[in-house]
Design a binder for this molecule. Structure first.
Ligand code: P6P
Length: 336
């Protein structure tokens, strides 16, 4: 039986292979993985740990969403774990308005870490998979660090990943040379490599979208979904299945595993926002992971990773997953 390859061994061997993982980045990824293990333990305790429900003060985050206790716990775990290592200059979180600069008592590093500490919070209290999404950028040259330093296109990411807290706790990671999957071995307390080079099937018969928003969608989205629903008898010539877990990490994980297309498009409920999902903490990391696995990630009109962010918490319309299906969906947006 081949030896178990731990996350540490994988990162060391990748670093040795092509230098894609400089020492500071390797430390960063190991620290984030350890933080995800702590979050997983808190999530798994559920009611026994007194971590369900909304935060004591029913506080709201910058997104205007009521924070769950676990949102705050996960955010605090990630901040505390990453402050002291000397690998980071600053962090940005979906749960915090501004950036968190590494305190002066610690050395500053060359990386920027962005995260959605607990994506899918609405599922926490009903015991459905949730997860942590993270994205790593290099800090631009120059003294100090500011919010402006974070406003880099998704194509500039040097690492991205997520940890899904489901029946298994699984870490999915890319540093730009494909996507690998690590499953938490609770007996050893370490993440073990269980799949390399994930590859998303280019075609699919499964779409993921919140159908209750149909009346709010733009015409191209209505037409695309309608044609999927027509099945064999319609222009697609095949029947489609639908899934919607309302945890992006879980929907994306399914797509990485068996293909599919995920859509959270603009809708007229908030006409001045391009979409619900956040560019920096959700669309960019997930978009890169999907592309690294042979899929595609588009707003419907352009590649997500090419977008130049204008603000830290900006939102974006998302279509991602099986390459041919994303291209097909995007074609409905192109005026004929
Ligand atoms: P809705 C979770 O709040 C999230 O940001 C994503 O994880 C998920 O895909 C989406 O929102 C679910 O949104 O409107 O269906 O609840």
């Amino acid at each position: 039986m081949s030896p178990k390859i731990s996350l540490t061994r994988y990162l060391v061997e990748e670093q040795r292979k092509d230098g894609a993982i400089p020492a500071q980045l390797r430390l960063l990824l190991e620290v984030v993985a350890r933080a995800c293990k702590s979050i997983s333990l808190a999530v798994n305790k559920g009611a026994l740990g007194g971590v369900l429900g909304v935060s004591e003060a029913s506080s709201e985050n910058i997104q205007g969403e009521i924070q769950k206790k676990l949102d705050i716990i996960a955010n605090d775990v990630l901040i505390e774990a990453n402050e002291w290592g000397g690998h980071l200059a600053a962090m940005a979180s979906e749960e915090m308005e501004g950036i968190h600069v590494v305190p002066n008592r610690y050395p500053q590093g060359e990386y920027l870490l962005l995260f959605d500490p607990l994506d899918g919070s609405s599922n926490i209290d009903v015991n459905v998979s949730i997860g942590t999404i993270f994205s790593v950028l290099k800090k631009p040259e120059g003294a100090g660090v500011s919010e402006q330093d974070f406003l880099q296109a998704g194509a500039k990411q040097v690492a991205a990943g997520y940890c899904i807290y489901g029946p298994q706790t699984t870490l999915v990671l890319t540093v730009g040379n494909g996507v690998s999957l690590f499953t938490l071995d609770r007996e050893q307390g370490s993440f073990v490599l269980t799949q390399r080079d994930l590859s998303i099937p280019e075609d699919t018969k499964e779409f993921a979208i919140n159908m209750s928003n149909m009346r709010h969608w733009d015409e191209p989205v209505k037409r695309y979904i309608d044609e999927c629903l027509q099945g064999k008898e319609g222009p697609r010539g095949k029947d489609f299945n639908m899934r919607w877990i309302a945890s992006m990490v879980a929907d994306v994980h399914r797509i990485l595993t068996r293909g599919g297309v995920f859509l959270y498009p603009w809708d007229k409920r908030e006409p001045n926002k391009p979409g619900k999902l956040r560019l920096m903490y959700e669309a960019n990391p997930m978009g890169w992971i999907v592309e690294q696995a042979g899929g595609a990630a588009s707003t419907g009109r352009e590649r997500i990773l090419d977008l130049q962010p204008k603000q830290l918490h900006e939102r974006v319309s998302v279509i991602l997953g099986s390459k041919n299906e994303v291209e097909r969906a995007a074609s409905y947006f192109t005026p004929v």
